[in-house]
Design a protein around this ligand. Structure first.
Ligand code: FEO
Length: 394
């Protein structure tokens, strides 16, 4: 990707990864991603804000050279993860006068991961500043979006906030700025669900701080840039709040159609009682889509047959994943089927101890469900409806 001009003397110099389909060998990227980096030419100093993935560091370096960067004074690192920092050693080598500007914790992590020498750092604490001549950068610590060293960089004179991963979206698009709001909203929700959700309790404070800055542009390290940032700030307020929606996520696997029959009965019963149901067959599931639905849901239902003595491994996997993502659901239930016995409920509950949920009475069926089993599923639907009513959702 060639450099693209944001404003006078400010360029996007990162790269678009059109073909990447998996991040961290875990997270599906149906729309690819980008690694955004920005070049700021002040009247006295030139600064690069963040880098790119090491696999495409040559693109970043070519972009800086094509913009005539002979002296690079500063490389601001807002986040030490390698998809942004991995190119920093190559940039330091190409511009040996350059210094990495970041907070002490990020500097330590850059040294750990990339072996950047300590004498290549300029350390800045919360709210400290750096002059580029005509422009002043100010740094705000914002730990755990989504690593402990993360920070924002504020360019007051141009009202641009560089937030690192925060508010970003895994999207490869030729739009420099957000032009398809619906698409970016969904990409950002996927990104939030998979990356940011475990740390959501910290975000209202960061959003308050951003509100006081009133940025006109928010430039993140993934996805298109926000030149009308209100919608993503509002979305993050909603997603990171404790407010749940009248949604039930039903995630199921079935081997001989028994658990699927139970799940379908429950799904219909939930719909009949006025709830929105988000259904995921965990055979070949896109975990990003499941994670998106976990952002808002008031209730999660795991539906699994017993394999051996415990849950089907696909259900165990997503329950464990949910335990990491820590969605704000308030209720959880387990339904399932078995041939002769096992400890499905105990094992699944053991996998999701981080979830602050009230666990509802499970419905476990021996063999194919009978009339009384369908009645028990109706009873579970009644209970979920009652819980949602108690939350003011129905
Ligand atoms: Fe995009 Fe946390 O790195």
């Amino acid at each position: 990707m060639n450099p693209r001009k944001l404003k006078e003397n400010i360029w996007a110099v990162g790269t678009i990864d059109w073909g990447r389909r998996l991040f961290d060998d875990l997270i599906p990227l149906p729309e690819g991603t980008s690694y955004n980096a920005f070049l700021l030419k002040g009247s006295e100093k030139t600064a690069l804000i963040d880098g790119v993935d090491p696999a495409v560091e040559h693109v970043l370096i070519d972009n800086l050279r094509s913009l005539g960067v002979e002296t690079l004074d500063y490389i601001v690192s807002n986040h030490a993860e390698q998809d942004h920092s991995g190119a920093i050693p190559a940039v330091l080598e190409a511009w040996p006068e350059s210094m990495v500007v970041t907070n002490p914790r990020c500097a330590g992590m850059l040294t750990d991961h990339l072996h950047i020498p300590e004498d290549r750092f300029i350390l800045k604490g919360d709210e400290e500043t750096l002059s580029l001549g005509g422009w002043t950068l100010q740094f705000f610590l914002a730990p755990f979006v989504h690593w402990p060293e993360t920070q924002f960089t504020w360019l007051e004179e141009e009202k641009i906030l560089f937030t690192g991963d925060f508010l970003g979206s895994h999207q490869a698009t030729s739009d420099l700025f957000v032009r398809d709001v619906a698409s970016t909203w969904l990409g950002a929700k996927r990104y939030y669900a998979e990356i940011m959700m475990p740390y959501r309790k910290k975000f209202p404070k960061y959003l308050d701080r951003i509100d006081t800055l009133a940025p006109e542009i928010i430039a993140t390290t993934h996805g298109p840039i926000y030149d009308e940032p209100a919608f993503i700030l509002d979305a993050y307020r909603d997603w990171s709040s404790d407010e749940v929606k009248n949604d039930v996520v039903v995630a199921y696997v079935s081997m001989h159609d028994t658990t699927a029959t139970m799940a379908n009965h429950l799904i219909n019963a939930l719909i009949d009682r006025g709830m929105n149901v988000k259904v995921h067959n965990l055979t070949g599931v896109d975990i990003g889509e499941l994670a998106i639905d976990l952002v808002d849901a008031a209730t999660i239902v795991w539906a699994s047959p017993i394999v051996g003595v415990g849950p089907h491994p696909n259900v165990a996997y997503v329950a464990f994943l949910a335990n990491i993502l820590k969605p704000k659901a308030k209720f959880a239930a387990i339904i399932g089927s078995y041939g002769w016995g096992g400890k499905l409920v105990e094992q699944l509950l053991g996998l999701q101890k981080n979830l602050k949920v009230e666990v509802l009475e499970p419905v476990m069926v021996k063999g194919f469900p009978r009339q009384e089993d369908f009645a028990a599923l109706d009873g579970l639907a009644d209970t979920i409806a009652e819980k949602h009513r108690g939350e003011g959702l129905l």
